[in-house]
Design a binder for this molecule. Structure first.
Ligand code: BV8
Length: 253
C-alpha cells in the first residue's frame, strides 16, 4: 500500500492561518497544476514525436497559418493525452475547498481536469482544448473528432460545414487576444479576492502573468505553490516550494 504522500507534508503555519481566515479565495493555475496528472508542462520537453517542437512555437496563430495539419495533429495528441489522464490530488483538494468556501479557479490550462475534479467555478483565460470552432467564420464545430490512437505528425483538420473553413481548437494562441468575458471575470475575481493561490505557473505569459500583481495591488494576500522560483516569485507574499498534488491536500485539509 503506497504511503499517502501528503502525510509527510508540513504546511507552513502562516499559510494555514491565511487560508483559514480568507473568505474569498482564487486559485490561479498553470501547466504545473496538471503535471502530476501526467501532462507535460510548456517548459518540460515534450516526449516522443513532439520532442523536437517548441510548444510556444506550435501554440501560435502563425504556426496555424503556416502548417494547420501539423498544429491540428499536435492538439489532437494533447487532446488524447488529456482524455487518458485523471485529475490529481491537487485538483481534488481545490474542488473540496470550493465545497466549503468561496473558491474560484482561474486557469491558463486548456485541459478540463479542474472540472472533472468537481470545481464548479473555473475561468479558462486561454480557452479549452475540447471546444472546436471554424477558424474563418467562428461557427462552433460539435461533430465527433476522429482522434488517432497513435501520435501522427500531420492530420488534416475537419472542414466547417457552414463556410468550408478549417476547424481549429478553441484555445488562445500567442498573438491572439484573450476572450473578453473570461479576462474581465478573471480580473474581477482576483481584484475582489482576500487570498490568491498561484499554483504551477512560470509567470512568463502575459497578460495572465499580471494577475498576481493585480491581486496584490487590490489588497489580496498572494501565495505561490511551485517547486521552483518563477517570474512572479518576487511579488508574492509567500512562496511554498512544494508540488500541487502534495501541497494543496495538506493546505486544504
Ligand atoms: C495577448 C493556450 C494581446 C494554448 C497559451 C505583454 C502584454 C500582453 C501580451 C504580451 C506581453 N508581452 C508579450 C506578449 C505576447 C504574449 C506573451 O506573453 N509572450 C510571452 C512568451 C512573453 N502573450 C500573448 O500573445 C497573449 N495574447 O496578450 O493578446 C496581444 C496580441 C498581440 C500582441 C501583443 C498583445 C496570449 C497568450 C496565450 C497563449 N496561449 N496557452 C495552448 O495551451 O496550446 S500560453 C501557455 O503557456 C499556458 O496557457 C500558460 O499561460 C503559458 C505558460 O505556461 P505555464 O502554465 O506557466 O507552464 P510552464 O511550463 O511555463 O511552467 C510550469 C510551471 O509549473 C513551472 O514554474 C514549474 O516549476 C511548475 N511545476 C512543474 N511541476 C509542478 C509545478 N508546479 C506545481 N506542481 C508541480 N508538480
Amino acid at each position: 500500500m503506497e504511503q499517502d504522500d501528503t502525510a509527510r507534508v508540513t504546511v507552513p503555519k502562516a499559510l494555514t492561518e491565511i487560508a483559514a481566515r480568507s473568505p474569498r479565495v482564487v486559485v490561479l493555475t498553470g501547466a504545473g497544476m496538471s503535471a502530476e496528472s501526467g501532462l507535460a508542462t510548456f517548459r518540460d520537453p515534450h516526449a516522443g514525436l513532439w520532442e523536437r517542437f517548441s510548444p510556444q512555437a506550435l501554440a501560435s496563430a502563425s504556426a496555424w497559418e503556416d502548417d494547420p495539419e501539423l498544429v491540428w495533429a499536435w492538439y489532437l495528441w494533447r487532446f488524447e493525452r488529456i482524455e487518458h489522464v485523471a485529475p490529481n490530488a491537487g485538483h481534488v483538494a481545490i474542488a473540496r475547498w470550493g465545497r466549503g468556501a468561496d473558491v474560484s479557479v482561474v486557469t491558463q490550462n486548456v485541459d478540463d481536469l479542474h472540472e472533472r475534479a468537481g470545481s464548479a467555478d473555473v475561468v479558462h483565460v486561454h480557452g479549452a482544448i475540447a471546444s472546436f470552432r471554424c477558424s474563418v467564420c467562428e461557427a462552433p464545430y460539435a461533430e465527433p473528432i476522429d482522434v488517432p490512437d497513435e501520435p501522427v505528425e500531420r492530420l488534416p483538420p475537419p472542414v466547417c460545414r457552414v463556410c468550408g473553413g478549417l476547424v481549429r481548437p478553441g484555445v488562445v494562441w500567442f498573438g491572439e487576444v484573450l476572450p473578453v468575458d473570461a479576462w474581465t471575470r478573471a480580473v474581477a475575481l482576483v481584484s475582489e479576492a482576500d487570498l490568491v493561490v498561484v499554483v504551477g505557473t512560470s509567470g512568463i505569459v502575459y497578460p495572465a502573468a499580471g494577475l498576481p500583481a493585480i491581486a496584490r495591488s487590490e489588497g489580496a494576500v498572494v501565495i505561490e505553490i511551485n517547486p521552483d522560483r518563477t517570474d512572479v516569485s518576487d511579488m508574492v507574499h509567500h512562496t511554498w516550494h512544494e508540488t500541487a498534488a502534495r501541497a494543496l491536500p495538506a493546505l486544504v485539509g
